[in-house]
Design a protein around this ligand. Structure first.
Ligand code: SAH
Length: 252
């Protein structure tokens, strides 16, 4: 740091600006090295198996989505304010793996309780510019921050060209405007599976949703081509509740 400072002091103000930009680039590449190591670790533990999921998680730096003071590359949920958390990296990875076949280029994905926007950004890169990634979040401040986060991330082009959008709404109602979806992810635990979300699933589509109050199971809901629905338990989990805005803000 001292060396960098003394080098900087030798520059004119114009080149100093350039040097500052370079040192920022150095800092960001340091951050994305940490993101890369996090992804490698998830691969080593067998949580990430698909190269596409690894590629997308490498392209969306988690450090841009965790509020200052948090530890973005640590495998744990982190507080994001409003009684909400960003899910742990292994949960994001697990959900991307479970949904991978339904996040192919050109497909449509809905992220309910999009919070920081991290997973919505990953979905946008999975489905590409011909696809559609939609986030729904009921706290307007989180929606604003998530859009700012995405603008700095690898998914900024999808946000600019309209392939990615985030909306303030009650996610229990889904986002009917763009239904049906090939993939639906719910980032908060519902007391039971919301009917509106099952309706908005395309035949052949898959939803991943934590269900329960005290004890929660991550459920995988598959809608077959004939419209019949099957549900299985993937693993026990702990998510913040999918509830009303009032109940969430007045919890504790
Ligand atoms: N996948 C997000 C998870 C954030 S935590 C991330 O990793 O960043 C769950 C989010 O669900 C919170 O942001 C919370 O505000 C939101 N939420 C809870 N109930 C909701 C509802 N009924 N409609 C929309 N969003 C909801």
């Amino acid at each position: 740091m001292e060396v960098l400072r003394s080098i900087l002091s030798c520059f004119s103000s114009r080149s100093r600006t350039r040097a500052r930009a370079q040192s920022h680039a150095l800092w960001s590449s340091g951050a994305s090295d940490k993101n890369k190591s996090m992804v490698e670790q998830l691969r080593r533990y067998g949580i990430i198996r698909s190269s596409k999921v690894a590629e997308v998680m490498e392209a969306v730096d988690r450090g841009l989505f965790v509020p200052p003071g948090g530890s973005p590359y640590f495998d744990s949920p982190m507080p994001i304010g409003y009684n909400a958390t960003i899910s742990a990296p292994h949960m994001h990875a697990a959900c991307l793996e479970l949904l991978e076949k339904n996040l192919q280029p050109g497909m449509r994905a809905l992220d309910v309780g999009s919070g920081t926007g991290y997973l919505t950004a990953c979905f946008a890169l999975m489905v590409g510019s011909e696809g559609r990634a939609v986030g729904v979040e009921h706290i307007p401040e989180l929606v604003d921050t998530s859009i700012e986060n995405i603008k700095k991330s690898g998914a900024a082009p999808q946000l600019n060209d309209g392939a990615l959008s985030i909306h303030v709404a009650d996610g229990r109602e889904g986002w009917p405007e763009l239904a049906p979806y090939d993939a639906i992810h719910v980032g908060a635990a519902a007391p039971q599976i919301p009917e509106a979300l099952v309706e908005q699933l395309k035949p052949g589509g898959r939803m991943v949703i934590p269900v329960g109050t005290m004890f929660q199971e991550l459920k995988v809901v598959d809608k077959k081509l004939d419209g019949t629905v099957s549900v299985r338990d993937e693993t026990s989990v702990r998510y913040v509740p999918l509830t009303s805005k009032e109940a969430q803000l007045h919890a504790n």
